[in-house]
Ligand binder design. Structure first.
Ligand code: B1M
Length: 215
């Protein structure tokens, strides 16, 4: 497909509608037509995910739409990532994410991870039942700017305080902040445990992460 005949906006549309196959096909066609991969990311893909986030916040999109959009975004990113890495394009930031110790709920955390990845972050997903020292160790190893902790149980959410404390005790709080979220978590709770930020949804977590990575 030649550059002139290739409609790059189809990539935007494919992510918005969660069409993985079209997203992958347009990405491959764009690369074959020697389109700059960075251009695809900044002009089509990130704006599409921003729009997905906007629609989610306005209750025009719900969790399923968020998940399929994130899947289409990731499918395209998987093709582009090696090319971006080759060129040394820096991610927006590095995030270590996991569900707090004792908690096995991972659907919301997975959604936040996918949205962060879609938003241009390098994401290291540690899974569920993650101990504070594991968050800290991986944050050190990866040079993460953020640790993102999810909790779904009132009985496990206090474990987030232990993560905040572990980060401070390890002396890495200057370069690595802690953000929290999950159904029982509130802004007030986040402040009470000394977390650096809170969001009640996945797209808000991306906005928050971007803000914390630029200050
Ligand atoms: Co359980 N569970 N569960 N569960 N479960 C809840 C959370 C519960 C509210 C159900 C209920 O009683 N009504 C209740 C908690 C009550 C409480 O603590 N007050 C509960 C319970 C009690 C339990 C068990 C204890 C049940 C038992 O065994 N007796 C047990 C605990 C196991 C454990 O973790 N140790 C348990 C087990 C399970 C399953 C394994 C069966 C399954 C999890 C499967 C999985 O995750 N792979 C499960 C499920 C599915 C649920 C419900 C039904 C759905 C959770 C979910 O995935 N929601 C849930 C009831 C409910 O919430 N309606 C329930 C969809 C998801 C997209 O939303 O995770 O909230 P959520 O994520 C949102 C936001 O919160 C936010 O963004 C996401 C998208 O917008 N967000 C963040 C999440 N993390 C964030 C991090 C951020 C920012 C935003 O920054 C870092």
């Amino acid at each position: 497909m030649a550059d002139e005949t290739l409609d790059l906006h189809k990539l935007h549309e494919a992510i918005l509608t969660g069409d993985l196959k079209v997203a992958v096909d347009v990405t491959n066609a764009a690369l074959a037509a020697r389109i700059d991969p960075q251009r695809l990311v900044t002009e089509q893909m990130i704006p599409a995910m921003d729009e997905v986030g906007r629609r989610f916040q306005n209750h025009e999109y719900f969790v399923p739409e968020l998940l399929i959009a994130a899947r289409a975004m990731k499918g395209s990113l998987e093709i582009l990532r090696p090319l971006l890495v080759e060129r040394g394009i820096e991610p927006v930031g590095r995030v270590v994410i996991g569900t707090v110790k004792g908690d096995l709920h991972d659907i919301g955390k997975g959604l936040v991870a996918a949205m962060l990845e879609g938003g241009g972050f390098d994401v290291f997903d540690l899974g569920v039942d993650v101990a504070p020292e594991t968050f800290v160790r991986h944050a050190r190893e990866t040079g993460a700017n953020l640790i993102a902790v999810s909790a779904l149980l009132t009985t496990t959410m206090m474990g987030m305080k232990a993560v905040v404390e572990a980060v401070r005790e390890a002396g890495i709080h200057g370069q690595c902040r802690v953000i929290v979220g999950g159904a029982p978590v509130t802004q007030q709770f986040a402040e009470s445990i000394g977390a650096d930020g809170y969001s009640d949804n996945a797209s808000g977590a991306v906005t928050l992460a971007r803000r914390l990575c630029t200050v």
